[in-house]
Ligand binder design. Sequence first.
Ligand SMILES: N[C@@H](CCC(=O)N[C@@H](CS)C(=O)NCC(=O)O)C(=O)O
Length: 209
Amino acid sequence: MILHGYFRSSAAWRVRIALHLKGLTVEHRHQHLRKGEQFSPEYLALNPQGLLPSLILDDGAVLTQSLAICEYLDETCPDPALLPADPLGRARVRAFAQVIACDIHPVQNLRVLKALQARGQTQDDTHGWARDVISSGFDALETLVVGQSGPYAFGDTPTLADICLVPQMANARRFGVVLRWPRLAAIEAACLALPAFAETHPDLQPDAE
Ligand SMILES: N[C@@H](CCC(=O)N[C@@H](CS)C(=O)NCC(=O)O)C(=O)O
């Protein structure tokens, strides 16, 4: 398989973690987002949104959208599971993951901030907005997991919730969010003690700057 990513892409990091947890190795190709390589005709032929990540399977099929890719990997390579066995548990993990993937991350995505800056907002304005969205989202996430057993977001094995949280914590730091959520911090620390999270960290990627 081939994973198209970028060291700093938090959505690509989600897939790197899932692949590592599953013990799957892939060839990595990099699209430099700040140089706009995601908009090359070759890449748009793979992913018409011009977004990372994309995963090309051995038979040539192309998968896009990080959560769909993670769930595909979970269904085709079920051990270790990224989702709980029970429907209620799965709904809770998916809800937590979607707070990040649907409601936090899209707002602070590169193209959104660039579009706002093109319409006259300063970088201070757009980054301040990103900090606000991340902070209110993290308030909700902390509440969602506060009664759950650890050390991970939902129990004693990492799930899709952790796979989304750890990259989003890195984004939060990049935007200068003061991290004031003790349970989220403890989950992140537990995850980063695992090779699947630590070894896939953006700073360790071959295209890291
Ligand atoms: N919902 C998508 C989001 C993908 C996404 O926004 N990727 C970012 C990097 S984290 C990207 O490619 N941004 C390029 C751009 O904004 O032009 C997913 O989960 O795969």
